[in-house]
Design a binder for this molecule. Structure first.
Ligand code: HEC
Length: 194
């Protein structure tokens, strides 16, 4: 039996595979702007720094913090995330398994996956993945959020939460954390250009 038909079929298949590869690779390279990727990482570091700074401002104050000072930690972070989304066309979110604001519940399989991955790998800080979100293809960045000592005034024991939290978030799940626990994650979805 001749081997030629088999060889022909094999080389046709190989050519097809290479064609698919060549067709896909430049497409993906073109559709991502590397500067946008690094800008997203920078913006998230700034957002996280803003929260840490606001929270540490509450620590060690002798006077009882007022309702207004208490409100000025995580709410502004959420507002900045929304503003960033509007300015850039990205989707910037905070996601948590034990959430306080139900808007921050995980809504995609990839978000659940990311939460588990961060939980199982305490030294993993962040990563990029490809994703299709609301029918759009793009790149998605996930960055962990850990609990610091300054968070405990509002995310510590259930009974110790400030009144404004108890009153405004009746379905609150974001308490009983220990320092170093995974609190949640930031996510930035950047749609491909084409
Ligand atoms: C003064 C009280 C207060 C402090 C201190 C505080 N938080 Fe929050 N946190 C809140 C409130 C209130 C919300 C819900 C905000 C909203 O409605 O979007 C929240 C929400 C969050 C969320 C979004 C997910 C969710 O559960 O809705 C994350 C993440 C978070 N906090 C992390 C932290 C971290 C990390 C720290 C410490 C660096 C911290 N928080 C300190 C009050 C606080």
């Amino acid at each position: 039996m001749s081997i030629t038909p088999w060889l022909r079929r094999f080389s046709l298949m190989a050519i097809a595979l290479v064609a698919v590869f060549l067709w896909q690779t430049p497409l993906q390279a073109q559709s991502l702007n590397p500067e946008e990727l690094s800008e997203a990482v920078t913006q998230i570091e700034q957002l996280d720094g803003m929260r840490s700074q606001l929270a540490s401002g509450l620590e060690g104050t002798n006077t009882e913090p007022t309702l207004e000072t208490f409100k000025q930690v995580c709410k502004p972070v959420g507002m900045r995330a929304k503003q960033l989304s509007q300015e850039t066309g990205w989707t910037v979110q905070q996601i948590a398994e034990k959430y306080r604001n139900p808007d921050h519940a995980p809504k995609t399989e990839s978000a659940e996956f990311a939460l588990n991955l961060f939980k199982e790998n305490p030294t993993l800080v962040g990563y990029w993945d490809e994703e299709t979100l609301d029918g759009q293809q793009g790149a998605r960045y996930f960055r962990r959020i850990n609990v610091e000592a300054s968070c405990q005034v509002c995310h510590g024991r259930k009974g110790d939460r400030p009144d404004f939290v108890k009153n405004n978030y009746p379905q609150d799940l974001a308490y009983d954390f220990e320092v170093g626990d995974l609190r949640g994650l930031y996510s930035v979805f950047i749609p491909y250009l084409n």
